[in-house]
Design a protein around this ligand. Structure first.
Ligand code: C5P
Length: 408
């Protein structure tokens, strides 16, 4: 039996150059046994003809909300009920904005709003549009909806000549994503995997004061930790976020403690971890701090050099892992070489239950980026999660952790 036998997939095609790839996607889905119906937005039909989509899917293409003859057949609410999964590929910036805000201004957005099934979106747009703050804020909203899953976008050369994130994932990758969705359904579709559990997450950088106006810090944005907080909330957990200075707004539903230094983070984490079931150390804690914080602003003086003595900060996660009772402790290892090997060393040295390794030598992922690609290493083995938006990575991490802690 094919993985998608008898699955009803409603494919939404929106206006973008990648719409030509929808034809290939329909072929791949029908080959795997899926029943495919297609809805286009008006802009999509400037890029691909309804006739092509109809020929490949074997079903008439729908494009209008107010079409009496189409509604007399399968009405838009019946179409929403028919679908086991809605896939929007390509999903344009405009469509994603409408999806984020619950618009019902055309057939596709209306069906998305009426559907009870999951919705998978494959964003496709110019890289500047993708990185635009407004699109990113719409994506953060979308990623927080438990019924919407995001596939991509990929990075690379774009039709307009730009290079960067915004390319629609290849039809083969989207097909694999959809197949995985159906094969891992029982647990991934359960939004309450961490119900009743207290999850404590450290996030962001720390700031180590040199004098009243200067400090040592690092490039961490807090994006990964904040995304994990949202994913843990979505999974039903009670979440405490201990955050170093970050420009992000914490999810409203979690309890947040804002701290500056590693020592403040240490004290807040140990207090919260005392009642935690799971502790995730996503913060980039400064390893050292100035031995003496000057009370007055340091003067330049006449010397060409300055020496600041540094002393080691406490290792927060290692101390959490010494607590009794001990929560399930997950660390992060940002490395630039031999990533998984170094991460394994830290897993053992800090007595962790799992460590999430990521390669920060690749500038397109890790620190400050919206994307990441990670390996989850436990004492039992390694689970790799391919490059994706940090919100999607966070959902996968929380899903994997929930499986590990349940079997623990
Ligand atoms: O040793 P390294 O900094 O690479 O370890 C990374 C992991 O340890 C991360 O989970 C980080 O949050 C945590 N850590 C910590 N306290 C420190 C240093 C790192 O909790 N002082």
């Amino acid at each position: 039996m094919n993985h998608l036998t008898d699955k009803n997939i409603l494919l939404g095609v929106t206006g973008g150059i990648a719409a030509y790839k929808s034809a290939e996607l329909i072929r791949a889905l029908t080959k795997l046994g899926a029943n495919v119906q297609v809805i286009t937005t008006p802009a999509a039909e400037s890029f691909i003809t309804p006739l092509t989509l109809q020929a490949l899917s074997g079903n008439p293409v729908r494009n209008s909300l107010l079409d009496p003859s189409a509604e007399a057949g399968m009405g838009h609410i019946e179409l929403a009920r028919w679908a086991d999964l809605i896939v929007v590929a390509p999903a344009s910036a405009d469509f994603l904005a409408r999806l984020a805000h619950g618009f019902a201004s055309d057939l596709l957005s209306t069906v998305c709003l009426a559907a009870a099934c999951p919705i998978a979106v494959a964003p496709a747009m110019n890289q500047a549009m993708w990185h635009n703050h407004v699109t990113q804020s719409n994506m953060a909203k979308i990623a927080a909806f438990p019924h919407i899953i995001v596939c991509g976008p990929a990075a690379g050369e774009q039709a307009c000549g730009d290079v960067g994130y915004g390319r629609m994932e290849e039809p083969s990758t989207i097909t694999e994503f959809i197949t995985k969705h159906f094969t891992s359904q029982p647990s991934s579709s359960s939004p309450q995997q961490l119900a009743g559990l207290h999850v404590v997450i450290s996030a962001g950088p720390t700031r180590e004061a040199i004098d009243p106006v200067r400090y040592l810090s690092n490039e961490s944005s807090g994006k990964m930790g904040y995304a994990l907080a949202q994913a843990a909330l979505d999974a039903g957990a009670r979440v405490t976020l201990i955050s170093g200075p970050s420009a992000l707004t914490p999810p409203a539903a979690c309890t947040t403690a804002h701290v500056l230094s590693a020592q403040q983070m240490h004290s807040a984490c140990l207090t919260a971890a005392a009642t935690a079931d799971i502790f995730i150390g996503a913060a980039a804690v400064a390893d050292f701090r100035p031995a003496h914080q000057q009370e007055q602003k340091i003067k330049k003086g006449s010397s060409d050099t300055m020496h600041i003595e540094l002393i080691k900060n406490p290792d927060i996660i290692a101390d959490v892992a010494q607590l009794t009772p001990k929560p399930w402790v997950i660390g992060f290892a940002a490395e630039t070489q031999d990533v998984e090997q170094y991460a394994l060393g830290k897993l053992q040295a800090k007595n962790l239950d799992a460590i999430i390794a990521n390669d920060v030598s690749d500038k397109s992922i890790g620190f400050n980026s919206d994307h990441n690609a990670v390996s989850i290493i436990t004492h039992q083995g390694t689970h790799r999660i391919a490059q994706n938006h940090k919100h999607a990575i966070a959902t996968s991490i929380i899903h994997h952790i929930s499986q590990l802690t349940v079997s623990h």
